[in-house]
Design a protein around this ligand. Structure first.
Ligand SMILES: *Cc1c(COP(=O)(O)O)cnc(C)c1O
Length: 485
C-alpha cells in the first residue's frame, strides 16, 4: 500500500533513456545562456529507469477508485463509462495542434465541429441557440442567469428573485446569488415533486426565473411541468432547467417542448467526458430565440452564403460578453461530438432508456432492504434512506465507507437534503446486469454485517490505502508537500 515517492525510488546515475553520441558540434550551455539566467543548482529530478517510472505511476493509478477500476454509482454525477475512442478523437493532431489565435482559414474544421455540436445540443434540447463557452454545469447556470437578467433588464426591470425547490443542487442557489438574485425556496410535496400551491405563493412580478432540475434530484420526472411553466410565464418570469439529469431524457423529452426557456448541459456527464476529481468539463447553455441575442460571443454560426459552412460571429451588442477564454473547453467538446456522432439519434435514445432500466432494476432489489421514501416512478436514479439502519447506530456515512472495501465507489450521500440519511444511486446505462447484481449483493452483505456487529462498521474502510479520514480537516489542511529525506 505504501508506494514511495518517486524521489525515494531515485538512484544516482540511473537513467530512463539513452541518446546516441552527438554528431554535430557540441556547444557548452555557458555559451548559449547568459550567467544570470542559468540555474546555480541543478534541478532535482528523480533518477529512475523507464520501467520503474511506469510501475510507480501504475501503482499510484490504482490507489484511488476510478471508473476503469470499478462501479461508480455516484448519484447526480452520471459517472458512466467514457468510450476510449473519444480520447483518440480529442488527441488528434489537427485538434491538439490548433491555436486559438490561428488565422480562421486554418481552423475551419474546428469551427465546423463546434457549430455542429451546438446544433446537436439544440436538437436534443429543443432550444434555438446554444453557447459552448461555459466550463461546467455551475458556470452554465451562472451564464444562463446572466442571460435571464439581461433579458429582463432589456424590458426595463432585472427583477429581484430566483425561485428554487428545496431539492435543488447547491450550485443553483449559489449561481443565483452570484448573478445578483435573492433565492426563494419552494417546498416539495410528499411525492417529492414541486408543491404547486407553495410555488404559486412564491412567484410574483419580481421573480426573474424558476430554476428546476428535471428529472429532479430524487430521480423523479416533474409531471406537472405544463402547469409549472404556465404559472411561471404568467408572471413574466422565465423557466430555467438544470440539465444535469439529461441522461434520462435523450431522444424522449426535449426541455424546449415542455416549457423551459433556458437549459444548461453538463457535457462531462451526459455526453461522456472523464470528470472525476473536478477535471475539465463543459456546460453549454441553450436558450429559446427571445434570449439568443444575450448569449456570450463569439457564437459559431452557419455562414450566410459564404465560401465556408461555419464562422465565429462576435457581433451582438446585447450580449452579456465573454464567459471564458476563446471558445471554452475545446477538447471536452471534441469528446462530446465524437460520442454523439458515434451513437446517433437512436443510440442517444437507447442511452436514456437503458439508464432508466438499470436504475429501476437496482431500485426494485434494494427497496427490499432500505427505505425508499419516494416510490416514484423513477427515471435514471433513486434515493434510498438509511434511517432504518441508523436505529442500530450505523449511519449512511458508515455504509458508504464500507462499500469501498467491496471495491465500489460510494453513492452520493446526504443529498438531496430533503431525504434523511440519503443514499443517492445512479448506476448509468453502461453497467452490465452482473455489475448491478454484484453491487446489490455488496449492499445486502453490509446489512448482514450491521445485523451482526454494527460497531465494526465505524472502522470502515479497512482495505483502502488510507482508512477513515477526518474529511473536513483533510480538505482544509491539505498536506501534499514533498519533504526531501
Ligand atoms: C453536477 C450537477 C450540477 C453542477 O454541475 P458541475 O458541472 O459539477 O458544475 C448542478 N446540478 C445538478 C443537479 C448536478 O448534478
Amino acid at each position: 500500500m505504501n508506494e514511495p515517492l518517486i524521489f525515494e525510488l531515485s538512484a544516482e546515475g540511473r537513467e530512463g533513456f539513452s541518446l546516441p553520441e552527438a554528431d554535430v558540434p557540441v556547444r557548452p550551455v555557458e555559451k548559449l545562456i547568459p550567467a544570470p539566467l542559468r540555474r546555480r543548482v541543478p534541478p532535482r529530478f528523480p533518477e529512475i529507469s523507464e520501467l520503474d517510472a511506469v510501475r510507480h505511476f501504475v501503482h499510484l493509478s490504482v490507489k484511488n477508485h476510478h471508473l476503469d477500476r470499478g462501479f461508480y454509482p455516484l448519484g447526480s454525477c452520471t459517472m458512466k463509462y467514457n468510450p476510449k475512442v473519444n480520447e483518440t478523437a480529442a488527441g488528434l493532431d489537427g485538434f491538439t495542434g490548433l491555436h486559438p489565435f490561428q488565422p480562421v482559414n486554418g481552423t475551419r474544421g474546428a469551427l465546423r465541429m463546434m457549430g455542429e455540436l451546438a446544433d446537436y445540443l439544440g436538437a436534443v434540447s429543443g432550444m434555438d441557440a446554444v453557447t459552448l463557452q461555459p466550463s461546467a454545469g455551475a458556470h452554465g447556470e451562472m451564464t444562463g442567469l446572466k442571460v435571464v437578467r439581461a433579458f429582463h433588464e432589456s424590458r426595463g426591470n432585472p427583477r429581484r428573485t430566483v425561485v428554487l425547490p428545496d431539492s435543488a443542487h447547491g450550485t443553483n442557489p449559489a449561481s443565483a446569488a452570484v448573478s445578483g438574485y435573492a433565492c426563494v425556496q419552494v417546498r416539495s410535496d410528499n411525492r417529492g415533486l414541486v408543491d404547486l400551491e407553495d410555488l404559486d405563493r412564491h412567484l410574483d412580478g419580481e421573480t426573474a426565473a424558476f430554476m428546476l432540475t428535471n428529472p429532479n434530484t430524487l430521480g423523479l420526472f416533474e409531471r406537472q411541468i405544463a402547469s409549472i411553466a404556465e404559472m411561471v410565464h404568467r408572471r413574466g418570469a422565465l423557466l430555467y432547467m438544470d440539465g444535469a439529469n439529461l441522461n434520462a431524457l435523450l431522444g424522449i423529452v426535449r426541455p424546449g417542448d415542455i416549457g423551459f426557456d433556458v437549459v444548461h448541459f453538463n457535457l462531462h456527464k451526459t455526453f461522456s467526458t472523464p470528470h472525476g476529481g473536478g477535471g475539465p468539463g463543459s456546460g453549454p447553455v441553450g436558450v429559446r430565440s427571445p434570449l439568443a441575442a444575450f448569449l456570450p460571443r463569439p457564437m459559431i454560426r452557419r455562414s450566410a452564403g459564404g465560401r465556408y459552412d461555419w464562422e465565429a460571429d462576435s457581433e451582438e451588442s446585447a450580449s452579456i460578453g465573454k464567459m471564458n477564454a476563446f471558445y471554452g473547453h475545446f477538447a471536452v467538446m471534441v469528446r462530446a461530438y465524437a460520442y454523439i456522432r458515434m451513437l446517433g439519434a437512436q443510440g442517444l435514445r437507447a442511452v436514456s432508456e437503458n439508464a432508466v432500466l438499470n436504475a429501476n432494476y437496482l431500485m426494485r432489489r434494494l427497496e427490499k432492504s432500505f427505505d425508499l421514501p419516494h416510490p416514484g416512478p423513477h427515471l435514471h436514479e433513486f434515493v434510498l434512506s438509511g434511517d432504518r439502519q441508523k436505529e442500530s447506530g450505523v449511519r449512511t456515512l458508515d455504509i458508504a465507507k464500507r462499500l469501498l472495501d467491496y471495491g465500489v465507489h460510494a453513492p452520493t450521500v446526504y443529498f438531496p437534503l430533503i431525504v434523511h440519511e440519503a443514499l443517492m444511486i445512479e448506476p448509468t446505462e453502461t453497467e452490465s446486469r452482473e455489475t448491478l447484481d454484484a453491487f446489490a449483493e455488496a449492499m445486502e452483505s453490509i446489512l448482514a454485517e450491521i445485523a451482526e456487529n454494527p460497531e465494526a462498521l465505524h472502522d470502515a474502510p479497512r482495505t483502502t490505502p488510507v482508512g477513515r479520514l477526518d474529511e473536513g480537516a483533510a480538505a482544509r489542511n491539505l498536506d501534499i508537500r514533498f519533504r526531501p529525506g
